[in-house]
Design a protein around this ligand. Structure first.
Ligand code: FMN
Ligand code: SF4
Length: 657
């Protein structure tokens, strides 16, 4: 047994958990429109249960239909009709030996009025959430009591459904967290004014549940133990010292575990960290709690790999390891670790695409969360078992980036015989460029996973082999998948664009040539531009970022923007928003200042263009002449993100008839 600590049974209150792996609550938007757990949700949960986790905490589970709505397709225990489907889920999960808790949740101010009867959102005080920016109503004492009763009723329904316990969602700036924090609680009744009074909300909920469900019914709590608001300039907020004190008070109340977390919406990246954060980035805060409480401590900690989970247990940092995105990306994470097949795990690369889709789509009821590396996540009923009908037929795949390799993997699973052409010396396509900025190594995991899966089926990538219509045709392929990716745009209309001092981001990141100690003008502040700026800064260059739009990083997903700007703040970068590139000269560039309506000259040794990419697809039309089942996928079809590349590769292979 490679991970003895991870797979040792553990106790939570009176419950025995078969191992130390707890699937953390994850809002996936996969509940039915009436918030019951239907076939899609059950399939999602069961895959993770069969995949070996010891305990599952259901997603943020609604207790209040009127002012407590976080998303349309959200699990709920707000009404009696939710009990029976929840009971079916509990029964099925118990058959897999999984301990199952609901996560009782009220969003308070961290939601939207349009989800809550177009009324102002409720909170402990009237300070609006800086992210949601909704008119916020300070709950009256009676309203607080009403919500306490709803939490209790939610616990009773969870118990009736056969759940093993409930986890109070006291983290991430939601309502319980709002009451606990001096930042969001300025009340003067019995629910605010001092530490003890701020604690009364969670205390009365807990005592209410204990009274209604019996003291034996396990109650755990997920807590933000530090709001991490100092970088936002907030003076008074819930600090780690407060957080530890709250944990101790929860233990005294008879709670059976503390699930340590951190952050609120306003300290965004602390909620679900981006790729640049290392495994273990929360250890300091977890340790502070573990040292001061006797009940079991569960914690997520950017854990992506079993060795790290084992290390946390070995060091006594936690009693149970929380896995969030790791089991979205690979539902079989625990099983593979148990069987010593950790090199087969589809590791979460922490790209935060799931969170992005949660915010952009799921909350608004526009479909479940999406995972960049696992197109089946939250779509298990749409994509059940692979149809093995390939019968050994050859499929030519051109390009070995994420789209091509994912297509090959799925085709191989289906019994086709993929032949993968790669003109470069290494598989990976644009991932071999995307992994170059600082702290982006995790992105390589996509390729490592695909290559491992293919190798297990005896399939290798034909590197240094350029595909031509002739050599593809020679295979007499049943289908052809064009996954030739994209290349940087170098707009011909700009004077001087082909000068020796002009590089694309691809050339820059690949070190062709290596640039250090130079003055660099980078044009374009999209996500790639900002990452390239950091790459250049880290090599000792003096960097200016020019952007035609009126703000730097406009349109970049907020987590990536905050992360990139945080990293860049360590360097002396000059930003020029509203500046359009008009000409490149031998010693710099001429930019049009769109606000002042005048041209400015920016001296630079190099001008790096980050102006987007265009598809590379020279083979599709040719191949269609001899193979009507020819499809372009990923960037070759249309430039997109890693998620669309993987998904299109997956879908093309899944749909091939
Ligand atoms: C899509 C998504 C939904 C989430 N929903 C919840 C939730 O319902 N309740 C909760 O406590 N945390 C939620 N989280 C936070 C995760 O449980 C977890 O704390 C976070 O992703 C960091 O852990 P990880 O690196 O293991 O994923 C969510 C995170 C993501 C990415
Ligand atoms: S979308 Fe990205 S961060 Fe989210 S689970 Fe998938 S790989 Fe991980």
């Amino acid at each position: 047994m490679k991970y003895p600590k991870l797979f040792a049974p553990g106790k939570i209150g009176n419950l025995t958990v078969k191992n130390r792996i707890v699937m953390a609550a994850l809002a996936m938007g996969v509940a039915e429109k009436d918030q019951t757990i239907g076939p899609a949700f059950l399939a999602y949960l069961m895959e993770r249960a069969k995949g070996g986790v010891g305990m599952i905490v259901l997603e943020n589970t609604r207790v209040d239909d009127k002012h407590g709505v976080a998303a349309e397709c959200q699990a709920s225990v707000a009404r009696d009709e939710h009990i029976a489907p929840l009971a079916a889920a509990a029964e099925a999960l118990h058959k897999e030996g999984v301990v199952f808790f609901t996560q009782l949740h009220h969003p308070g101010r961290e939601t939207f009025s349009n989800l809550n009867g177009s009324e102002p959102v409720w909170s402990s005080s009237s300070r609006p959430c800086g992210v949601c920016q909704q008119e916020t109503h300070e709950m009256t004492t009676e309203e607080v009591e009403e919500v306490i009763a709803k939490f209790v009723a939610g616990a009773v329904r969870s118990q009736k459904a056969g759940c093993d316990g409930v986890e109070l969602h006291g983290a991430h700036g939601y309502l319980i967290s709002q009451f606990l924090s001096p930042y969001t609680n300025q009340r003067t009744d019995r629910f605010g004014g001092s530490f003890e009074k701020r604690f009364n909300f969670v205390k009365e909920i807990t005592e209410g549940i204990q009274k209604a469900c019996g003291r034996d019914f396990p109650i755990g709590i997920r807590l933000t133990v530090d709001e991490l608001l100092a970088p936002n300039g907030v003076k008074e907020y819930l600090t780690l010292e407060d957080g530890v004190r709250i944990c101790q008070a929860c233990e005294k109340l008879g709670m059976v575990y503390i699930n340590v977390s951190n952050g609120i919406y306003e300290s965004f990246n602390s909620l679900s960290e981006p790729m640049t954060y290392p495994q273990g980035c929360r250890s300091e805060r977890i340790r502070a709690v573990k040292e001061k409480v006797g009940i079991p401590v569960i914690a997520v900690n950017m854990v992506k790999e079993p060795w790290f989970a084992e290390k946390m247990l070995e060091e006594g940092l936690v009693d149970f390891v929380g896995l969030g995105r790791a089991v979205v990306a690979d539902p079989q994470w625990a099983k593979k670790a148990y069987e010593g097949r950790e090199d087969e795990i589809n590791r979460c690369i922490s790209c935060t695409f799931c969170f992005e889709t949660l915010v952009a789509d799921t909350i608004a009821g526009k479909g479940p969360v999406k995972c960049a590396v696992n197109p089946r996540a939250a779509r298990e009923t749409l994509y059940p078992a692979f149809k093995k009908e390939g019968a050994g037929r050859t499929v030519a795949i051109v390009g070995s980036g994420p789209a091509g390799l994912e297509a090959a993997r799925v085709l191989a699973e289906r019994g086709f015989a993929p032949v993968i052409f790669e003109k470069g010396e290494k598989a990976g396509g644009q991932i071999n460029i995307a992994d170059k900025p600082p702290h982006k190594e995790k992105i390589d995991w996509i390729i490592e996973y695909e290559l491992k899966q293919l190798a297990m089926k005896g399939i290798t990538v034909k590197t240094n082999t350029e595909a031509t219509p002739e050599n593809i045709r020679a295979l007499a392929p049943y289908a052809v998948i064009i996954a030739t990716g994209a290349e940087s745009i170098r707009p011909r209309s700009i004077k001087g664009v082909n000068n020796a001092n002009v590089l694309t981001v691809d050339e820059t990141l690949l070190g062709r040539p290596e640039i250090s100690g130079k003055k660099v003008l980078l044009i374009g502040s999209g996500a790639t531009g900002l990452e390239t700026a950091e790459f250049l800064c880290a090599k000792g260059n003096e960097v200016t970022v020019a952007e035609m739009l009126d703000a730097i990083g406009k349109g970049v997903y907020v987590q990536h923007y905050l992360d990139a700007m945080d990293k860049l703040s360590k360097y002396d970068v000059k930003y020029l928003p509203s500046h359009k590139l008009t000409e490149i000269t031998a010693d710099g560039a001429v930019l049009e200042d769109l606000k002042e309506n005048k041209n400015v000259t920016v001296p630079a040794d190099y001008v790096v263009l980050s102006l987007g990419v265009k598809s590379v697809n020279t083979l599709e039309a040719e191949c269609k002449k001899f193979c009507d089942k020819t499809f372009a996928v990923g960037d070759a079809r249309q430039p997109g993100r890693v998620e669309s590349a993987v998904r299109e590769g997956f879908e093309a292979a899944w749909d091939l008839k």
